[in-house]
Write a protein that binds this ligand. Structure first.
Ligand code: TXA
Ligand code: MG
Length: 334
């Protein structure tokens, strides 16, 4: 079972060490318990998906101790600043376009050019983030498809050994995930409520002086949009993707996984001689955690007009491989 510790100077500093090493800590927020990792570290964020046994890479919320830090990673317009002023710290998540120098990891944002940010009100969450000196990516601290945890015991029951440390800060006051509002379309469009929560559309309308549209419908327990119009936009490269490739065709880029010893190049030549701009390997060791951490950055790197297609080697359909393949299949369709 996971170690559950009350919050004090010693457990906080232990949590910070764990986070700095790229591992996971469960911590209380006013909404639900979060499963946190350094939001700027793809490899650490990959562990969140592994621990939750999540079958796909949904984008995660980055949590900050201060509003100015949260607003700095996105393109925050006047509306974002107003909402931040009125509702942060608190149970509100804003979707913003990524800033040019946004340090948040690609995997945290699921490869999208938007970023979800929130400043939680719970003092333990804020102390932890401030002490860790990095934003924390944190979905609810439970296995995928199960109910969100509002007490430390729920986290321990759901995640067991998949989390090193649970900081116990009592029961969550709100008990419902944060409101998610999408401001990424800019001030020529209306804000869109993607997930209802403790901060209501009417409250936001009052502050903003404009209508807040709603775009949520049938949801699963994981708050994943289900009805067709609700499907999250997903990152897809501009060039086609070919899955389960066993060789590389003329003009194709290669996204490898594991050993490339038996990969052929049609028309001759060797994979090892392909240029960096047309060849990446998700994990030469065949490590799915490493592959998940590299996935979006490598797809982007190979998404160049001079490459005709991206041939992707077979990735086993186990553990994080299921999420990686789900994303690749979506990208191949897009
Ligand atoms: O209350 C909460 O928000 C909790 C605590 C831990 O802070 N966290 C939480 O995270 O509920 P999660 O991962 O379960 O939910 C994140 C929600 C999902 O509905 C996801 O689709 C949406 O935010 N989201 C995140 N980034 C997005 C983006 N770039 N565009 C659209 N939706 C996004
Ligand atoms: Mg959740």
């Amino acid at each position: 079972m996971a170690t559950v510790k009350p919050v004090n100077a010693a457990s906080l500093s232990e949590a910070v060490s764990i986070l700095k090493e790229g591992d996971l800590v469960a911590f209380p927020t006013e909404t639900v318990y979060g499963l946190g990792a350094n939001a700027c570290d793809d490899a650490a964020v990959a562990k969140i998906f592994a621990a939750k046994q999540r079958p796909d890479f949904n984008p995660l919320i980055s949590h900050f101790a201060a509003a100015e830090d949260a607003l700095a990673v996105g393109r925050a317009d006047a509306r974002a600043k107003l909402l931040a002023h009125h509702f942060w710290p608190g149970p509100l998540t804003m979707i913003l376009r990524r800033a040019d120098d946004c340090p948040i990891a690609d995997l945290t944002c699921a490869g999208l050019d938007t970023v979800a940010v929130r400043v939680p009100a719970h003092p333990v969450a804020r102390d932890l983030i401030a002490a860790a000196e990095c934003p924390l990516a944190a979905p609810s601290a439970n296995l995928s498809g199960t109910i969100s945890p509002t007490a430390p015991v729920h986290v321990a029951q759901s995640l067991g050994d998949n989390v090193s440390l649970i900081l116990a800060g009592g029961a969550c006051e709100v008990g419902l995930e944060s409101t998610v509002v999408d401001l990424s379309a800019g001030e020529d469009s209306l804000p869109v409520l993607l997930r209802p929560g403790a901060i209501t559309a009417d409250q936001m309308s009052d502050v903003l002086g404009c209508v807040v549209e709603s775009d949520f419908g049938v949801k699963t327990k994981e708050d994943k949009p289900r009805s067709p119009g609700q499907a999250l936009r997903h990152y897809a490269p501009n060039i086609p993707i070919r899955l389960r490739a066993v060789d590389v065709e003329e003009g194709e880029a290669l996204l490898g996984f594991g050993s490339e010893k038996f990969m052929g190049v049609r028309g001759g030549g060797r994979v090892a001689d392909m240029p960096e701009t047309a060849h990446k390997n998700l994990s030469a060791e065949g490590d799915l955690n490493e592959a998940a951490a590299n996935l979006f950055a490598m797809l982007r790197a190979l998404d160049r007009p001079e490459n005709k297609k991206i041939a992707v080697m077979d990735i086993p359909e186990v553990g994080l491989g299921i999420a990686i393949n789900e994303r690749l299949r979506r990208a191949a369709q897009g």
